[in-house]
Write a protein that binds this ligand. Structure first.
Ligand code: SAM
Length: 258
């Protein structure tokens, strides 16, 4: 079983991580919403800076590994500003359908504009909570989830929901920051992360969302822990691929065929 790091908050409710702070689940939901509303307009610029452009390559790999095909019905969960959904839309084509789903209206507004500008008519938009998906069971051929799961209040609830909505044999692909392998890489990466709040102040006008980003990466489950969480949620054939020495990782998990 994956380990549970939860502690009780003062109210007796199980506390959850918001970066280094322990907060109630309701507070985390509000705080995460505030972070993404604050950065939505400059989110893509900051992503390019913080990843030195590599997130684009990682997202292509994510889509490639999903097995997405023409005519498929695909979900990009926590899809934010829509770059993964745009890749999926090109693959699904006119006979397929892509749902860009996110909790935050400000992030999705940027995503909707991007997809409409590019003329993708096969994408629909759904504002939702990943932990209670408003879709029938067995309804998607693949789900992608890029840099989203770290922010969820209950990863276990979201993973159970994802397993429910995927068809038998279909795959969940999760791209997320992970644990760098080796001390030298970890030290260099720590130094680079120290710049993010400074650049956040310069670009977005507020360092706080980027302090949260650094902290949330450091408390996020590592590769093996996330694999266990997926297995606990009922996924089969869970594997992962380290990217840039484990700075990020792609986990692939399948719903077992009957
Ligand atoms: N997938 C995009 C990407 O890779 O650039 C956006 C990732 S952004 C770091 C994380 C996204 O997760 C935000 O748009 C946020 O609103 C969304 N999110 C956080 N908690 C969520 C939840 N419970 N349900 C759905 N979306 C959520």
């Amino acid at each position: 079983m994956a380990k549970n790091n939860g502690k009780q908050s003062g109210t007796g409710v199980e506390a959850v991580d918001f970066g280094y702070r322990k907060v109630s689940p309701q507070e985390k939901t509000q705080l995460v919403g505030g972070v993404f509303s604050a950065v939505a307009q400059r989110y893509d610029v900051m992503n390019d800076f913080m990843s030195l452009g590599t997130h684009r390559l990682f997202k292509r790999m994510l889509v490639e590994l999903s097995g997405a095909r023409s005519g498929h019905r695909l979900l990009d969960l926590a899809g934010g500003t829509g770059d993964v959904a745009a890749l999926l839309a090109g693959i699904a084509g006119p006979t397929g359908q892509v749902v860009l789903a996110d909790r935050n209206a400000d992030m999705m507004r940027v995503g909707r504009d991007r997809l409409l500008d590019r003329g993708h008519a096969n994408v629909s938009f759904c504002q939702l909570n990943a932990e209670a998906l408003p879709f029938p069971s067995d309804s998607f051929d693949a789900v992608t989830l890029a840099f989203g799961i770290r922010n969820f209040t209950s990863k276990a609830n979201a993973l159970r929901e994802l397993r429910r909505v995927l068809k038998p044999g279909a795959a969940l692909l999760v791209l997320e920051f992970s644990q760098p392998q080796g001390r030298a890489l970890q030290a260099a990466y720590n130094g680079f992360q120290g710049l993010w709040p400074l650049v956040g102040r310069a670009v977005v006008g507020d360092p706080q969302p980027y302090r949260y980003l650094v902290e949330s990466i450091r408390v996020h489950p590592d590769q093996k822990q996330l694999k266990l969480l997926m297995e606990d949620a009922g996924f089969a054939r869970v594997s992962y691929h380290n990217l840039l020495g484990g700075i990020a990782a792609i986990h692939r998990a399948e719903v077992a065929s009957p």
